[in-house]
Design a protein around this ligand. Structure first.
Ligand code: NAD
Length: 487
């Protein structure tokens, strides 16, 4: 159990400790093998926020799927979602504790749309209970956790799909096949970008939110009082529950980019720079972040921006016509896209070919088809791919968390492996200046290179940082899990 936060009274802390201990890992009954060809796959959704409600809408329409159970630790959200399902004539089982869902033999598959710190743990528990799993991105909250989920899927023979739905986009599928035919010559580099305006989230005195079992909400994460006004969604911007915008939105475009560029397996190494600029709030994660992922043959930059083109505006900058997406550059031209597919251009920017798509609307249907046919090989986003893309984002975040303020010249040098790094850092500096941030006064935080051991989830070396950084990096690769919430 973690040290109690100072702001909680001893009585409050003891109450929460006892609650956590009582909720030990559940005894789980193995479900009957799911999804024979003629039967509906009985689906439960765990986590009914923005995304869980979207899944509720979509799974209702997927042939061969039947929503039978709903779970949210927040009883109000649970009740609101149950009403929607009951309006459609269903009578779902409901629970505020996901372990109650996993115990049920009449649930074949679970959709996990909780905050990130619960993803891999629930996924592993579900595999062990004989359920198939659709787990939202990022698929884990640490690299080690992701590896546990991949292993559990294999060990228990489960179908495990990552919620990186752009892999179900027919336009991107066609583009991937076309690019692999080599029409554009040698691959040079890739640039992933996600420019999405996000304002400050405010701050509050530390408090424990009412109306739900907050201890269960924290689950494997430390039991920390909230310092933000909004419980839901803003967990993205705290390291104990979220992974910043890199692991939130950036992963979508990075995952699709990796796929189209053919950057397979774990990256060799990664480093990151950035900061949380221009807002004064309780959040911890950067709102301006540049991550360099070193794949042999294709260095990939992932650029996340949350500040507008100019202070006070809503508009965001673009790169090669994109605000959210990726560019893969070849000798003879480039691909640019993500949402709704993408296009191939020559090096003067003239469009050569279009690959229109639908942003992956058939992703849930693809999952159900793979479950019914017991063919994980037919998944568009098998868990191992979700794990690799998630791991790249975790590497970037770990590098940044180990970083130190650095002058722009040092940042340029650090990122020089990528041909677009100098221009991108200069544009970031310009964007910050347009938001009244002077990087000479508030420098970027630059993290060290983190090098992974070949074929493993372990960090072999940390360069450009003090020696203790290696131990910290390894600790963050593993993640920490509260007693009662072990894998
Ligand atoms: N694939 C996509 O395009 C996409 C889009 C949006 C969100 N997401 C992902 O979906 C997940 C949820 O995002 P959101 O925007 O809906 O967040 P949210 O905060 O609105 O909703 C999360 C819900 O999970 C509930 N919850 C927390 N712990 C729980 C537990 N142990 N058991 C049951 N319920 C629990 C919360 O009470 C909350 O209602 C995130 O991981 C996010 O990255 C994916």
């Amino acid at each position: 159990m973690n040290t109690p936060p100072l702001s909680l009274s001893r009585r409050q802390f003891l109450r929460h400790s006892a609650a956590a201990a009582a909720l030990a890992v559940p005894t789980i009954h193995r479900a009957a093998a799911a999804g024979s060809a003629n039967e509906d796959v009985r689906v439960a959704i765990i986590g009914l926020g923005n995304k869980g409600n979207n899944h509720l809408k979509v799974f209702r329409t997927v042939a061969g799927a039947r929503l039978v159970a709903l779970c949210d630790v927040d009883p109000q959200r649970l009740a609101a979602a149950a009403v929607k399902l009951k309006e459609g004539g269903a009578a779902p089982f409901t629970a505020t504790d996901p372990r109650k869902i996993l115990e049920r033999p009449d649930v074949d598959a679970v959709v996990i749309a909780t905050p990130n710190h619960w993803h891999a743990l629930l996924g592993v528990w579900a595999c062990r209970a004989g359920k198939d799993v659709y787990v939202e991105k990022p698929v884990s909250h640490s690299i080690w956790e992701g590896a546990q989920l991949v292993a559990a899927g294999r060990k228990h023979g489960r179908v495990v799909q990552a919620g990186t739905q752009y892999r179900s986009d027919e336009g991107l599928q066609a583009a991937a096949a076309w690019l692999r035919e080599g029409h554009l010559g040698a691959l040079q580099w890739a640039h992933v970008l996600w420019y999405e305006l996000r304002e400050g989230i405010g701050r509050t005195a530390p408090h424990v939110p009412d109306g739900l079992d907050y201890d269960l909400y924290c689950g494997p994460a430390p039991f920390e009082p909230l310092t933000r006004p909004k419980l839901h969604y803003d967990w993205h911007w705290f390291w104990s529950t979220g992974d910043g915008d890199l692991g939130n939105s950036g992963i979508h475009a990075f995952d699709a980019c990796r796929w189209l560029a053919g950057a397979t397996g774990m990256p060799r190494r990664a480093r990151c720079l950035g900061g949380r600029f221009g807002v004064d709030d309780a959040a911890q994660t950067p709102n301006t972040q540049l991550t360099l992922i070193d794949y042999p043959g294709v260095p990939i930059l992932i650029e996340n921006r949350n500040l507008p083109s100019r202070k006070g505006m809503k508009a965001m900058d673009t790169f090669r016509g994109l605000r959210e997406g990726f560019v893969v550059q070849y000798e003879g031209g480039y691909f640019a896209g993500l949402r709704g597919g993408g296009n191939v251009y020559d090096n003067q920017g003239a469009k050569l070919r279009s690959f229109p798509g639908d942003s992956g609307s058939q992703h849930q249907a693809n999952f159900i088809q793979a479950v019914k046919s017991r063919r994980p090989d037919r998944l568009h986003a098998p868990i191992v791919e979700g794990h690799v893309s998630t791991a790249g984002c975790h590497l970037g975040n770990i590098s940044w968390r180990l970083g130190k303020p650095a002058p722009v010249a040092e940042c340029l040098e650090a990122m020089s492996l990528h041909p677009r790094a100098a221009e991108t850092v200069a544009l970031l500096e310009r964007n910050l200046a347009a938001n009244d941030v002077d990087v000479k006064q508030r420098p970027f935080v630059l993290g060290p290179w983190l090098e992974l051991a070949t074929g493993a989830e372990e960090i072999r070396a940390v360069t450009g940082a003090d020696r203790p950084a290696l131990a910290t990096a390894q600790r963050l690769v593993r993640g920490s899990h509260r007693a009662g919430y072990g894998f």
